[in-house]
Design a protein around this ligand. Structure first.
Ligand SMILES: [Zn+2]
Ligand SMILES: [Zn+2]
Ligand SMILES: [Zn+2]
Length: 763
């Protein structure tokens, strides 16, 4: 390397973060060549190692540009550089991966197809014209196809596909966009799609994707294998097809996600603001909640819902299905039965979707790690991930320090588990509702797969919820590890948010949630906590309300409303303008009254979610729900615009926890109903009351503790009206308010808090 008389040096540069499978080595190669540096680069089990030799100027420039110009999917966490003796080698090479050492390299999440690949996909002379598996180092599947690290083709589900000469040439050419693109494929050597009928027999079609698109446009229901699992799809504007899918999937009202070819088409059905458009087009391409233009837009896709869960095409296959725009929107819902886990193998598809899909569009690239579509909602403080899966896993959350390996098994509904390795926490993809055997099975499987991928053989501690009946608790108890830590549910919520926001030290936590097992064995969920990962104190809670029939009240919130009415009026209720109550069979009312007074299967809960359910039922918005949380959700949607005032409440008690009592609120609501007040106005006043009362409670706690940092966590904070209003009130009073972003506020985030709390006991 002719450098004149300039002094040369050699450096060993170590890069960690998401630097494998994102075109990082070719980037380094081109950067080094451009600066006339010699040396080599290779994937290491902890990241990427580079040795570079050349002039001091070029070496300095190399290190600056390394982070400044890194490829789009790369996520650099650290760069360290050490001076080593020059060797006088010539040229720059990409050398074999070194698979020894501690396996701490990060795997990239799956990415949407890039602009360059899209252009080739629709270019009639390109050799990958209309090829559904087109990808490059800047895009394509990653985590869902990885079996082990380092991320190299033999460690992915592409291992069985032997590259053709053309692909091999691109793969080995450092100037090519597909240089070392591990999932590289083409129509000659790569995976293929096949169209099958309901009995899994091949359907005659010259082009399987065109055939599938035609069937969809004719009203058929298709099971389509995607990136992280199967979708069930049909034309979203074809009411008959959507209703048929609902009936077959046994899903009465829970919204279906829809996919439109682009934002302009989505705007036919919904308002999409700039921030929502940015989320829809972001690399993870999550399902994003957008407000419908008309309440009945895409009718049965999301009945009685003001929002539409929408997403844009993210895989090449999706783009092909929308080619020529045979429909404006497709239902694209996770293929499963009700709340069971997403189907991701052909065997499962055949077994479980046979009665649902008319046709199957499958392919032969195996999915190793399944992942549902992620779901996001834009609130005033920023986007909030409600379901964290494809496109986000396995991006870790950076912790404040290193911890021994830790497993946290999460809660039960919306389960996700979490593993800590070193100074990073890996929250798993959405596992679903663990009370289903199939979900539990996939949870077990998921835990062992992620442990394998992260090379954790034996966690030092296993964290679980305090709830004795959660199946995740049972799993933790049986897990072969000496040390177990039972974590209080709402403490875990608080710490999950503190970990996300990199906060250490004591703070006030407002945890508004559905259900969680309390330290005293009762059901908690409207909690004002003070603490951190080391522990907590319960400074306030809402006065428990009765749930007649226990868990039955979750789907039939009128039972909660009825309990509140008995509490207010005694057993002989006066005439009230409540439709469901006046229509109730006298015998049924007598039965519920008896249950209430004899305390038969009546539980008391301080869950804020149940309070929202109760008010929703009381004012007739949704007395009976078809899925958990529906009543509370529709109460939020009913809220009238503008400020309408608030109701009285009481904060009482001299010892911790103080009680927040909404009895005067209920009394005023019933009074207003008698006076004919509209439900949207009552809903608005109720939201205002909760925000005002929570602010009053926080001020009281701050008065005794001096704390000014407030963390808002728990499933109820998916409620935008409440989250925005409470945030504003607290900030106006001088508090620093922290809310969720990338970690879900609901039980999908609990495992992170559990993990940090348990890991903390070891250091
Ligand atoms: Zn690409
Ligand atoms: Zn090929
Ligand atoms: Zn919870």
């Amino acid at each position: 390397m002719p450098q004149g008389d300039e002094p040369t040096g050699r450096r060993l540069v170590k890069v960690t973060g998401i630097v494998q499978g994102v075109g990082f080595r070719p980037f380094v190669y081109n950067l080094a060549l451009g600066l006339n540096l010699s040396g080599h680069v290779f994937n290491h089990s902890a990241g990427v190692d580079i040795e570079v030799e050349g002039t001091q100027d070029s070496l300095a420039r190399f290190e600056t540009d390394l982070t400044r110009l890194a490829p789009p999917l790369a996520h650099i966490i650290s760069v360290t550089s050490a001076v080593i003796p020059p060797t006088g080698d010539k040229g720059f090479r990409i050398t074999e991966s070194d698979s020894g050492g501690a396996k701490t390299a990060l795997i990239a999440p799956d990415s949407d197809v890039c602009e360059d690949c899209l252009r080739e996909l629709f270019d009639p002379v390109d050799r990958r014209h209309r090829y559904p598996f087109i990808n490059c180092t800047n895009c394509g599947p990653r985590f869902t196809i990885v079996e082990a690290i380092p991320y190299d083709r033999p460690n992915t589900t592409m291992a069985s596909f032997v590259m053709c000469a053309d692909c091999r040439a691109e793969y080995e050419n450092p100037a090519d966009r597909r240089f070392h693109a591990q999932p590289i494929a083409c129509p000659v050597c790569g995976p293929k799609v096949t169209l099958l009928d309901s009995a899994f027999n091949p359907v005659e079609a010259t082009d399987a994707v065109r055939g599938a698109a035609r069937l969809l446009s004719e009203g058929a229901i298709l099971a389509i294998k995607g990136i992280g699992g199967y979708h069930l799809a049909c034309d979203a504007e074809n009411e008959e097809a959507v209703l048929k899918l609902r009936a077959r999937k046994r899903r009465d009202e829970k919204p279906f996600a829809v996919m439109t070819p682009d934002i302009e088409t989505l705007r036919l059905f919904a308002e999409v603001n700039e921030r929502e458009a940015a989320i829809l087009q972001s690399r993870p391409h999550p399902i994003t909640l957008v407000k419908k233009l008309q309440p009945d837009a895409l009718g049965p896709c999301a009945p009685s819902n003001r929002y539409l869960g929408a997403m844009l095409p993210y895989s090449p296959l999706h783009h092909l299905l929308f080619d020529g725009k045979p429909y404006n929107a497709l239902v694209m819902t996770s293929a499963n039965l009700s709340d069971e886990p997403i189907v991701y193998t052909e065997d499962e598809a055949k077994e479980k979707l046979a009665g649902i899909a008319d046709y199957f569009l499958i392919h032969n690239r195996p999915i190793h790690n399944k992942a549902d579509d992620s779901i996001e909602k834009v609130m005033s403080h920023g986007p909030v991930v409600i379901r964290r899966s494809r496109g986000y896993t396995p991006v870790p959350i950076q912790l404040d320090r290193e911890y021994p390996p830790t497993l946290a098994v999460g809660a039960e509904l919306k389960n996700a588990f979490c593993l800590i390795k070193g100074d990073k926490a890996y929250l798993s993809a959405h596992m679903g509702d663990l009370k289903y055997e199939s979900a539990l099975e996939s949870f077990r499987f998921g835990v062992s797969r992620l442990m394998e991928i992260l090379d954790i053989s034996n966690p030092a501690v296993v964290a679980h919820d305090m709830h004795p009946n959660y199946l995740s608790t049972a799993f933790a108890e049986e897990f072969p590890c000496e040390r177990k830590v039972a974590v209080q549910h709402h403490h875990a919520h608080l710490v999950s948010l503190m970990a996300e926001r990199h906060h250490t030290g004591q703070a006030i936590g407002v945890v508004f949630d559905g259900t969680g097992y309390g330290l005293d064995g009762t059901i908690w969920g409207g909690e004002f906590l003070v603490g951190d990962a080391a522990g907590f104190e319960r400074h306030g809670t809402i006065t428990p309300i009765p749930l007649i029939g226990g868990d039955a009240a979750i789907k039939e919130p009128y039972r909660i409303a009825l309990g509140i009415l008995f509490g207010m009026y005694g057993e002989n209720l006066p005439p009230l303008p409540i439709e469901w109550l006046n229509n109730m069979e006298p015998a049924r009312l007598a039965l519920l009254r008896q249950a209430y007074y004899k305390k038969i299967n009546v539980f008391y809960s301080s869950g804020m979610g149940r309070l929202f359910d109760a008010v929703s039922a009381l004012i007739g918005v949704r007395p009976k729900a078809s899925f958990e949380g529906q009543s509370a959700m529709e109460l939020e949607m009913a809220v009238a615009n503008g400020y309408h005032g608030e109701y009285p409440f009481i904060i009482g008690g001299d010892v911790n926890p103080a009680n927040l009592d909404f009895t005067p609120t209920f009394e005023r609501i019933v009074e207003e109903m008698k006076n004919g007040e509209r439900a949207p106005v009552i809903a608005a006043r109720f939201h205002e009351t909760v925000a005002q009362s929570a602010t009053a409670m926080v001020k009281r706690i701050s008065g005794t503790t001096g704390l000014k940092d407030v963390f808002l966590s728990g499933g109820v904070f998916q409620n935008t009206v409440l989250s925005d209003r409470l945030g504003t009130l607290l900030e106006t009073d001088g508090f620093a308010v922290f809310r969720h972003g990338r970690v879900p506020p609901n039980d999908g985030g609990v495992a992170l808090g559990q993990a940090v709390i348990a890991a903390r006991t070891l250091v």
